[in-house]
Design a protein around this ligand. Structure first.
Ligand code: ATP
Length: 850
């Protein structure tokens, strides 16, 4: 077992040189031999599977019954057309479904985990799925372990392995351990296991087992892919369409019974009823929503927001609080040293301070700089002050480290110096200064008096008020205790981190959209407030709450105060959870961004968790609903606007489909019930045609309507608000009734000539009124004449194409035969056009009163 094997032997067995890693040319061979790092071939959408799913649809079965009845009636043409409808319907369904699944899968791939490996002697970041046995992988706090690793080196590394062991305590990792006897997983401290989380420290190890053979691979239950989730809207629509479906079937049955009582032709009416059922059941409803969502999130990914969970799209429209990180999101995270305070004055750093700057630091300069921007800025500063960074590091090797974390807000590093062992500490001033009892001034170590502390704190506050970030340094001779106490204060360094361009505008956009922007940072309250002021996030000190103040508040007082706070400073990840909870309890819908190792719980807790894709940790990404690929605040605000836009488009498509279906049911039902001596106003194939041509395409075109200009000048939509709020239910019903009525009017008018003429007129008016009505839905709030109709060319195209097609089907002889239409005279055409276009006039008129 790898945990029982010395590392040199393991490297030999797997033929890997520790300084070079696996060679690119051996990768494939290793994959063949030991297996790939994927659990099972991801089940991609296959056309065949999708087709089968379509055939299972009850609708298809009903239509097949219609084919049989037509054949029985010896209406071979009708049977052929219905068959064609079945095939076309299924084909369109399959294509749409296939494209949406592809789009969603592409998004999944974009957010899949990465691993840092050494290959061919170079560090590279690759897809974790590409790993092979023998790869040397680097781990740091926040990483999800990408395969089972035997650790080769660890620095204060601790892992969270509860998903494997059920034990929530962190497990210490130590690469130097070796076990002669067999050990349970929980006690293999020289191993890191796939899918567990590095909670602290860092290290590297060699891949010994990939996915299927890994410990987690043995727990089959964990391997199940997240089941396809349905968003709340999708669920509601699915049940709505089920309900409407049952309603339609009942109405059709009723219709059939009425027709039977009236003594109409039985089989003919059966066919009409079935066609009506097919037309009326809004089976397209959930499909349209899925397609609009899939295309919408693909568009969002092009704008740097990768949606991991579809429900986030809906929730985005309701967000009224955005909690944003400061560093890197509101600011550029391009640190630059601006001031140095040491030897009791502002000026140049002395040698001891520079040594601490270089040694208590993980970054690497060189041609391809690596590390945190603040640490890089420190190294750059030391280099400019004449220090040979690499030489100093070689001369003074590291013996021990107490790593940085956002709760301690400091780190310590112990080194073998020429004069002896020394511990160097760097961190937030409040974390370092209280641990000092001496002060270095001009090479002499003096006692640190109260007035010295005050002077240092004042100097620091002055810089913080100028929006600068401060890091304090201290050291001590190390006696083996590794205690961060009785330190010698060396000085502090201030950094400028410029604001990101465009943030202030986005904050303003959010405010106009009724969204509060809140800054959450580990930085000093004064620095945070200064930056918040520049961005117009906050004005006064009363809007700032520090982590310590937060600790002093109980849940009730926090909930009461929280909506007034705009800046949370010096907070830890656990504070963030409390902040989200308090906001939610105060009735807010919260989007929260996070990047840190321990931010996952708060991201999960927020209504929408947003992870930073560039600088965020793996755990954050995994816990998030949305990943920002550019880490910018503007992208969050853009995503909100995109979420509102998508919701509105879904709403338009749904309202359109429902009013059309209602119109169809009404026309047929009333005509048959009220005109007992007349045949049905529409032939079965005509109903199916309307369903296929004039319902589905305009609905899809409405689904890709461009964003209305005023999406961000409205208040957020209350989360519980449905699609039919603000009179939209009535709007749908009235429009449905109107469509039904004009169809009947046309039928009645056509009866002046003959049945075929009347049916043709009803058919034309029903389909064209629907096409005209799709234009009404282009904007729910504006008049059609002010709504930039040209912006949606798909809608215009379906409209023009639809009208042209309708004209063709009642003029071309072949089409006339197939769809039972006849040529119309000029007067009839004028009536058809007038009645159909009147749906626009009536809606414009109604708008005047809304
Ligand atoms: P934000 O939460 O907006 O990203 P932040 O980066 O300041 O802000 P943390 O990373 O939690 O938040 O850092 C908190 C504080 O810890 C910093 O203000 C700084 O004083 C200190 N600090 C940050 N990084 C280091 C480090 N590498 N070594 C020592 N101290 C650090």
């Amino acid at each position: 077992m790898p945990y029982q094997t010395p590392t040199y032997q393991l490297l030999k067995e797997l033929s890997v040189n520790e300084n070079v890693g696996v060679h690119a040319r051996e990768v494939e061979q290793r994959r063949q031999r030991f297996g790939a790092n994927v659990f099972e071939e991801v089940r991609r959408a296959s056309i065949a599977r999708l087709f089968l799913e379509q055939v299972k649809d009850p609708m298809i079965l009903i239509l097949c019954a219609a084919v049989l009845i037509s054949l029985f009636l010896q209406e071979v043409v009708d049977a052929g057309i219905i068959l064609l409808v079945i095939v076309l319907n299924a084909l369109i369904g399959v294509l749409q479904q296939y494209r949406s699944e592809q789009a969603l899968q592409a998004l999944k791939d974009m957010s899949s985990p990465k691993a840092m490996v050494l290959r061919d002697g170079e560090y590279q970041s690759i897809d974790a799925r590409e790993l092979v046995v023998g790869d040397l992988v680097f781990l740091q706090a926040g990483n999800i372990v990408p395969a089972d690793l035997r650790l080769l080196e660890t620095v204060s590394m601790r892992c969270e392995e509860s998903m494997l062991t059920g034990e929530s305590d962190l497990v210490e990792k130590d690469a130097t351990l070796l076990y002669p006897q067999e050990q349970p997983i929980a006690d293999q401290h020289n191993m890191a296991f796939m899918s567990t989380v590095v909670a602290a420290g860092h290290g590297h190890g060699i891949v010994v087992r990939c996915a299927k053979d890994s410990e987690v691979g043995k727990i089959a239950a964990l391997l199940k892919e997240e089941s396809e989730e349905k968003t709340p809207l999708q669920q509601r629509l699915a049940s709505l369409s089920r309900l409407l479906g049952i309603g339609s079937v009942v109405i059709c049955l009723l219709l059939f019974l009425i027709a039977l009582a009236q003594g109409r032709d039985l089989l003919d009416m059966l066919l009409v009823s079935i066609s009506l059922a097919v037309a009326a059941i809004p089976e397209g409803l959930p499909a349209v929503v899925t397609i609009v969502l899939a295309f919408g999130v693909t568009a969002m990914s092009r704008k740097n927001a990768i949606v991991r969970h579809l429900h986030a799209v809906e929730t985005l429209g309701s967000v009224n609080v955005i909690c944003s990180d400061k560093t890197g999101t509101l600011t550029q995270n391009r640190m630059c040293v601006s001031d140095v305070y040491c030897d009791n004055a502002y000026g140049r750093a002395n040698r001891r301070l520079l040594e601490a700057v270089v040694l208590c630091n993980h970054a690497h300069l060189g041609s391809d700089p690596m590390g945190e921007p603040m640490e890089l800025a420190l190294l750059q500063h030391a280099k400019e002050a004449g220090i040979d960074v690499e030489a100093l590091r070689r001369q003074c090797p590291q013996l021990h480290e107490i790593p940085f974390d956002s709760v301690r807000k400091r780190m310590s590093s112990v080194h073998q110096m020429p004069q002896g062992t020394r511990m160097m500490v760097k961190g937030a001033l409040e974390q370092v200064l209280p641990r000092c009892d001496r002060l270095l001034v001009e090479g002499r170590t003096l006692r640190l008096r109260g007035e010295d502390r005050q002077r240092i704190q004042q100097a620091c506050a002055q810089l913080a008020r100028a929006a600068k970030r401060i890091l304090a340094f201290a050291d001590r001779r190390e006696d083996g205790s590794f205690a961060e106490e009785q330190l010698v204060f060396l000085g502090f360094i201030a950094f400028i981190d410029p604001l990101r361009e465009g943030v202030a505008e986005s904050v303003e956009t959010a405010r106009r959209a009724g969204i509060d922007v809140v800054m959450i940072t580990g930085d000093h309250p004064m620095t945070a407030l200064a930056i918040a002021r520049e961005l117009q996030i906050a004005q006064g000190e009363d809007e700032v709450l520090s982590g310590a103040q937060l600790d002093a508040l109980d849940e009730t007082s926090l909930r009461r105060q929280i909506r007034k706070v705009r800046v949370f400073a010096r907070v830890t990840p656990s504070h963030k959870v409390r902040i989200v909870d308090a906001f939610k309890q105060s009735g807010a819908i919260v989007a929260m961004s996070g990047d840190g190792v321990n931010d996952a719980p708060s991201l999960k807790r927020a209504d929408i968790g947003i992870a930073m894709g560039k600088n965020g940790s793996d755990v954050c990404r995994q816990a998030s609903d949305i990943i920002l690929t550019d880490d910018r605040f503007e992208t969050i605000v853009d995503a909100v606007s995109e979420g509102r836009h998508l919701y509105m488009n879904i709403q338009k498509a749904v309202l359109y489909l429902l009013s059309c279906n209602l119109g169809e049911i009404m026309a047929l039902f009333l005509a048959i019930a009220l005109l007992p001596s007349m045949p049905a106003p529409l032939a079965a194939v005509q109903i199916l045609w309307v369903n296929l041509v004039t319902d589905a395409f305009p609905a899809l075109a409405l689904g890709v309507d461009p964003k209305e200009q005023d999406v961000m000048s409205k208040k957020p939509r209350p989360k519980k608000e449905g699609l039919f709020a603000h009179g939209m239910g009535l709007f749908t019903v009235l429009n449905g009734m109107y469509i039904g009525t004009v169809t009947l009017v046309a039928f009645r008018f056509g009866l002046q000539q003959d049945i075929a003429h009347a049916q043709t007129m009803a058919f034309m008016v029903l389909s064209m009124t629907q096409l005209f009505h799709s234009l009404n839905l282009h904007s729910l709030s504006r008049s059609l004449f002010h709504s930039h109709l040209m912006a949606n060319r798909w809608l215009l195209l379906t409209f023009v194409f639809g009208i042209a097609l309708q004209i063709l089907v009642c003029t071309l002889p072949l089409a006339q035969q197939l769809l039972h239409t006849v040529s119309l005279d000029l007067i009839s055409w004028l009536v058809v056009m007038g009645l159909s276009a009147s749906v626009i006039a009536i809606n414009e008129f109604a708008r005047l009163f809304r």
